[in-house]
Write a protein that binds this ligand. Structure first.
Ligand code: UT7
Length: 331
């Protein structure tokens, strides 16, 4: 079928890394005043993976990247650029992307981090496409890596049960045979930043004893308000990306949404008029891995044969900022 949009960049491969340690809802019951039933019914989460103290965001990104590079047949020297999404950089200076560059030995690559939270993987696809279209790169590694366990407050039941750790990666190259990114949509609204944020520990309120005492360096979220914005924004993003690609929801083989909450996923699917059997869900096994959620889900979907050659995939994300984004991709 001829697409209205003509792709300029494609996802040549995907890869993922999940830390081996599984933390069940039952285990969290021993930490905070919560219970398996509440977590399952309100979020759909049954368990999540947590990285150990010796595993950083860069380690997880490099592990996911190695898988994606091997599948794409790309050597470290062949990478022109590393774009890395994280809300949990290993250090505030320099970037985690540079640590990944060093771990991979990607000595010809430019490297930078960007901070668009849960929408990070999809923002990264657009940036990779732009760099390729501008002639600045031929092979771009997009990584999304999150050690959320390092920034959640393990005494706050309203947030600590929601998140997990992990990383995903993709090698983006010039489009071929009409396959690739058919449409992109990115949006933001910084007026709502304080509904999901880390108040202290940055340049405005540098880390000091008061920040530590108030625990204001940890993630704070106004859950119900974020929930409503997420549904609204993801529906808008899905609709716009479909329109821009010139395809209808019926033509989409698989919806891969951000995995924050099964109820948000179901609402988005319903609005997009997509049955749940065409929606990839793994929030039950990983919780919310922020920007790593979509690439991990996409990689699992490909491994399970749900994204074969020629498949049309819609990806939709929403996160802190607020930021939101969607892409339609022909594989
Ligand atoms: O990834 C980026 C974006 N993030 C999201 O999209 C997350 C969006 N928000 C959500 O997914 C949901 O709002 C939550 C899962 C965070 C919360 O679900 P909710 O249905 O909106 O619950 P709520 O915050 O309105 O809390 C309902 C009740 C409260 O008790 P009262 O006031 O009714 O007595 C909470 O204190 O549930 C209580 N509660 C808990 N109970 C047991 C909150 N957290 C827990 C918990 N265990 N972990």
């Amino acid at each position: 079928m001829i697409q209205a949009a003509s792709p300029r960049a494609r996802l040549a491969s995907t890869g993922r890394f999940s830390p081996p340690r599984v933390v069940t809802n039952a285990e969290l019951e021993t930490l905070v005043d919560t219970n398996d039933e509440w977590i399952r019914t309100r979020t759909g989460i049954r368990e999540r993976r947590l990285a150990d103290k010796d595993t950083g965001a860069a380690d997880m990104a490099a592990a996911a990247a190695r898988v994606a590079m091997e599948r794409a047949g790309v050597e470290a020297e062949g990478i022109d650029m590393i774009l890395l999404s994280t809300a949990t950089p290993d250090r505030l200076l320099p970037s985690t992307a540079c640590d990944v560059q060093a771990l991979l030995g990607a000595r010809n690559a430019a490297a930078y981090d960007y901070a668009t939270a849960c929408s990070g993987f999809l923002y990264g696809l657009s940036m990779a496409e732009a760099h390729i279209t501008a002639g600045q790169a031929e092979t771009v590694l997009v990584c999304a890596t999150e050690k959320m366990s390092s920034i959640v407050d393990w005494t706050d039941r309203s947030t600590c049960v929601l998140f997990g750790d992990g990383a995903g990666a993709t090698v983006v190259k010039r489009a071929e045979d009409g396959r690739g990114i058919l449409s992109s949509y990115m949006k933001s609204d910084g007026t709502l930043a304080e509904l999901l944020y880390r108040p202290g520990g940055g340049a405005r309120i540098p880390l000091d004893i008061a920040v530590l005492d108030e625990r204001s360096h940890f993630v704070k979220m106004a859950g119900p308000e974020v929930f409503k914005s997420a549904v609204r924004a993801m529906c808008e993003a899905a609709e716009t990306a479909l329109q821009r690609a010139g395809v209808t929801a019926d033509e989409i083989d698989l919806l891969v949404p951000h995995q924050a909450n099964i109820r948000i996923i179901e609402a988005t699917a319903k609005y997009a008029k997509m049955p749940m059997d065409k929606v990839f869900v793994n929030v039950d096994r990983y919780g919310n891995m922020s920007s790593a959620s979509i690439p991990v889900a996409l990689d699992e979907a490909r491994e399970q044969g749900r994204v074969g050659d020629g498949a049309l995939v819609l990806m939709v994300a929403f996160g802190a900022g607020f930021t939101w984004a969607a892409n339609v991709v022909r594989f």
